[in-house]
Write a protein that binds this ligand. Structure first.
Ligand SMILES: [Zn+2]
Length: 343
């Protein structure tokens, strides 16, 4: 979707994004700057870089993930990348975001996890001081590395809780590494005050979502889209008001669903499952939050009221305090009220 085709209202509306991986949300301009800074010759222009990121399959996604990580070498690189990413969100009128972050992915940089974490938090703070946006970090624990590593990582990151970090998330291979392995880690994190979310129901089916809910007591489910295969689970999500962080383009690019016509977003939305719309790894999937909203609005023909509902749901199910939720809900409400008056 070309930016010119996006209706003005979708560009202007205040947005909230709850499922975004910082490591997959760099701007192409920033990454190209890094490549030049280190005098690497692998790409000659931003266009060439963008071409390189047109993903062929999941394997290609993984290759590109590690390829771009090797250009992040100093604390300043992390600080500036985070700053540019959050600034870019604000320029799309994102007013609040919760972003996953995984400082263990950058062993090659030689930096400590603490140095990367502090640089990332400082990039967020700088963006927050210059733009009308707020961002909380959710530490992403990878299933594939096992529960002992997960517990060590939780310990390592705990000093930053409520100093930039607000929650714990679970990512990685959900087919081979069940959520139940991480029961203790999540129990401990909850005890310490971390808010909890877990990727589930993306590569694996409803049983994976059940496990994230029952074993981990996850407050939100990342993706969760394959819950649609189990009507009992869908009823449970509605009854318990368990939100799904849905990323439509990501699901299509990673072939969870062949096309938007097969995607269950609208089914969930119409049944009143608490769904939110997100971009996951925007440059890697050739999208962003503005595009995602445009995609579902044009596909399902959503009204202004429905657009407003989507955003206010995202505030409701965020990990903000009640006072902050009220503040953001009011901002959203007044935007749509003013729009109604001007129509
Ligand atoms: Zn994700």
């Amino acid at each position: 979707m070309k930016k010119e085709n996006i209706p003005e209202i979708i560009r202007r509306m205040p947005k909230v994004e709850l499922h975004l991986h910082l490591e997959g949300a760099f701007t192409f301009e920033f990454l190209f700057g890094l490549i030049k800074k280190y005098d690497e010759q692998e790409v000659k222009s931003i266009d060439e870089l963008k071409q390189k990121f047109i993903l062929k399959d999941f394997q290609h996604f993984i290759e590109m993930w590690f390829w771009k990580n090797k250009f992040f070498r100093t604390a300043e690189d992390f600080e500036e990348s985070t700053y540019q990413t959050i600034k870019n969100l604000s320029l799309q009128n994102v007013i609040y975001s919760e972003a996953f972050f995984s400082p263990w992915d950058f062993k090659l940089s030689g930096l400590t996890v603490e140095a990367i974490t502090e640089a990332t938090i400082s990039g967020i703070r700088r963006a927050e001081s210059e733009y009308p946006i707020k961002c909380g970090l959710i530490v992403d624990i990878v299933r594939d590395h096992g529960s002992d590593t997960a517990m060590n990582r939780l310990n390592q990151i705990t000093p930053y809780l409520n100093k930039g970090i607000i929650g714990l998330g679970l990512g990685g291979n959900e087919r081979d590494f069940p959520a139940s392995d991480f029961k203790e880690v999540f129990r401990e994190a909850r005890k310490r005050g971390f808010r909890l979310t877990a990727h589930a129901g993306e590569a694996a089916g409803p049983e994976s979502v059940w496990s994230a809910i029952i074993d981990l007591q996850a407050e939100r489910i990342g993706h969760g889209v394959r819950a649609v295969e189990d009507p009992h689970l869908v009823d449970y999500l509605i009854k318990k008001e368990i939100p799904l962080e849905i990323c439509v383009t990501s699901n299509i690019k990673t072939k969870v669903f062949p096309s938007i016509q097969n995607h269950p977003f609208n089914t969930f939305f119409k049944k009143d499952v608490k769904v939110t719309i997100n971009s996951d790894d925007p440059p890697m999937f050739g999208s962003d939050i503005t595009n995602e909203l445009e995609l579902i609005c044009s596909e399902y023909n959503y009204s202004d009221n429905e657009l407003e509902k989507l955003t206010s749901t995202a505030v409701d199910v965020s990990f903000l305090s009640n006072n902050e939720k009220k503040k953001y809900s009011n901002l959203i409400k007044s935007f749509w009220e003013e729009r109604n008056i001007s129509l």
